[in-house]
Design a protein. Structure first.
Length: 124
């Protein structure tokens, strides 16, 4: 854990928070289940957030953003592929349509995360 926290310790908490969303987005390709991903990553991410000064609530919010937003586009999500098949929408057409919306949703979510970091969102 110390080895993971050391490079992040010099970075602002906001940068670490945004990076955490991207890490969860990448992990979502390999573990599309939200509960499975939480089970696999939270035992690492929560202590890491404690070490770098990020509140646990913000770390969980970063997980929700990274996991939730990419669920609609990752090719390993069975629900997404099933709905595309029912609607007869090719996956490549869906990605071309949805990717700009995904980028906008990430930018909006990062704004919310920046606000959470700025106010030190966590238990009172």
């Amino acid at each position: 854990m110390h080895g993971l926290a050391e490079p992040l310790a010099g970075l602002p908490v906001l940068i670490s928070t945004l990076a955490m969303t991207l890490v969860h987005s990448i992990i979502n390709i390999f573990i599309p289940s939200g509960s499975g991903q939480a089970m696999a990553t939270m035992p690492i991410m929560i202590p890491l957030s404690d070490l770098i000064g990020m509140t646990r609530q913000t770390a969980i919010l970063a997980f929700q953003v990274g996991d939730g937003l990419t669920n609609l586009v990752v090719p390993t999500s069975g629900g997404t592929l099933a709905m595309l098949a029912i609607a007869r929408v090719p996956y490549d057409c869906w990605v071309r349509f949805f990717f700009p919306l995904l980028l906008k949703a990430f930018l909006l979510s990062w704004g919310v995360l920046a606000f959470a970091v700025a106010i030190g969102w966590g238990p009172a």
